[in-house]
Write a protein that binds this ligand. Structure first.
Ligand code: HEC
Length: 226
């Protein structure tokens, strides 16, 4: 009859698109640093669209409700004052081929440094990232966070909460490792490091058993080698 339903449909799509996080950029290993890019994760050539294998169901929808994460916001503000545990820089192919540096909050320190797992409730690991520019850390990228929640939060995955915080402090993605969660893929890979309570610790002074990524599910969203 009228064009209304279509118009409304379009409007709804626009609203949904604007609620998206950096996931697309993450998967492509692109310059997430550009905030404009972060707002456009479902642009034509990005893998989140259609057959995106990395996330269940609706890969691009960082559900607005989920993307509220007070602890992640607090971590973003505080982490630079925490203990930096890298003893060497790590170029992380699995995190968008970025240079990464890990920080532990007070509650994570004793478990991480002594290798006494599991981490206690309230432990937070923050991973700062920088774009790879000519083999060196360049522009700052998103912050990756693991926060140990209360027992029972996600029993099957050791009660970790995963989050990504954008450069401007907004939470791009947040959730558990449960099926259907937007961060399920984080846990799916980190599970390979179960021996260290889901923490890899590559390049850090944390007392971890080294875990080969080959034992993890292949990362289908890793950036293509140039
Ligand atoms: C395909 C594997 C893979 C995926 C997917 C993945 N990670 Fe990681 N993560 C790693 C590896 C390997 C390390 C160790 C350092 C490195 O090489 O980057 C790591 C390190 C970390 C660390 C520092 C603590 C540690 O384990 O050393 C945090 C925090 C982190 N990841 C958060 C996340 C979040 C949040 C997500 C999802 C949004 C995620 N990761 C998805 C493999 C993965």
């Amino acid at each position: 009859m009228t064009g209304w339903p279509t118009t409304l449909g379009l409007a709804a799509i626009l609203v949904v698109s604007s609620a998206l996080g950096v996931e697309g950029a993450w998967h492509e290993g692109k310059k997430t640093a550009a905030p404009a890019m972060a707002q456009q994760p479902c642009a034509p050539k990005q893998p989140c669209a259609a057959k995106q294998p990395c996330a269940p169901k609706q890969p691009c929808a960082a559900k607005p409700a989920e993307a509220k994460d007070k602890a992640a916001e607090a971590t973003f503000k505080a982490y630079t004052g925490w203990k930096k545990v890298n003893d060497k820089p790590v170029l992380s192919e699995t995190h968008g081929n970025r240079w990464v540096f890990t920080y532990l909050n007070k509650k994570a320190e004793s478990a991480g440094l002594a290798g006494k797992f599991p981490f206690p409730e309230g432990a937070v690991l923050a991973k700062e990232s920088f774009e790879n520019e000519g083999g060196k850390p360049g522009a700052k990228g998103p912050l990756f966070i693991m926060e140990k929640r209360k027992k029972g939060y996600d029993t099957a995955n050791s009660d970790w909460q995963y989050a990504i915080v954008n450069l401007d402090g907004s939470v791009a993605m947040s959730g558990s490792g449960k099926k259907g969660s937007s961060t399920e893929f984080c846990a799916a890979c980190h599970r390979a490091a179960k021996v260290n309570d889901y923490v890899f610790g590559n390049g850090t002074v944390m007392k971890v058993k080294p875990v080969k990524l080959g034992e993890a599910p292949k990362q289908p969203c890793a950036p293509k080698k140039k």
